[in-house]
Design a protein around this ligand. Sequence first.
Ligand code: ATP
Ligand code: LTN
Length: 322
Amino acid sequence: MRILSGIQPSGTMHLGNYLGAVRQWVAAQNPEAFFCVVDLHALTLEIEPSQLRTQTWDTLASLLAAGLDPAQCTLFIQSQVPFHTQMSWLLECVASYGELTRMTQFKEKSGRQEGYRVGLLTYPVLMAGDILLYSAQQVPVGDDQRQHLELTRDIAERFNNRYGEVFTIPVGVQPPAAARVMDLQEPSRKMSKSLSSPLGSIFLLDEPSAIEKKIKKAVTDTDGEVRYDWETKPGLSNLLEIFACITGETPAAVAERYERYGDLKSDLAAAVIAELTPVRERYDVLRADPAQLASIAAQGADKASQVAGERYRLAASAMGLI
Ligand code: ATP
Ligand code: LTN
């Protein structure tokens, strides 16, 4: 199965990234799967160059620690495969300004700053290029990327209708639970790398004591009944989703097993710690060997370029470029 997905090196990976996306990638990896650290996307918001560089290696090491294996899939850094920026230009000449201004993420992020970058507007086109270059059939992502996936499909269909059948139309895939993990302190907002309250996000590399503290302090409600209900119990429902994703149950089935919030929180903390501890331990070993990370990235970029180059040339030629 041809698969592609990406993650921005915009900060430390959190439980939302892990459960909503990366854990699915690990389960789906195969020789036809491509996963990338999308460093070009991280330039859409202000970031210190040295920080971007460090976080790119941190993110690559986190993906390996989470279980991606370069012997089973292709793992690469987006900017090391220049076809991504080239394809993005071709697709900018297929996408319309109106459809980009309608993207929810654009509206949210552009509203937060004066003089936002053009890249913030065109970012979903770069993402469409990432996906279409590899003829991905499936794109495992969290719920927040659904709209960008729809746009990718629209762009691909428009291209195929106008210039001939070059692109595979991809499908977005979400996990059955935890497709949108919410901030533990503000359950109306998604857990995020770039914006979050100090106790609101659990990070992949958090120590067990920090995980325990954040889950114990997670905002719930005062009525005391353990029930899966996003309308009236968003904080508790978020915890149930996280739990269900880890154990492979449904959130409602997890809720049935508990009568008290305290018991649920203690068991959830233990489950999250058990899930993340091996990842954190592997990360420390991997991050300590920069030469190995660079070599994995170089091999990945090489493999990715071969596939991406072929699709880029077909698209360019279909549009009339010589
Ligand atoms: P930023 O806050 O910088 O926008 P992010 O936390 O949204 O970053 P991305 O790198 O943009 O993370 O996303 C990587 C993957 O993680 C995507 O597939 C995205 O859908 C998924 N993801 C991000 N946040 C969550 C979340 N809270 N719950 C579930 N999945 C998520
Ligand atoms: N836009 C995504 C990251 C991303 C991506 C992709 C995801 C960039 N390119 C290709 C899937 C496929 C985000 O912000 N989460």
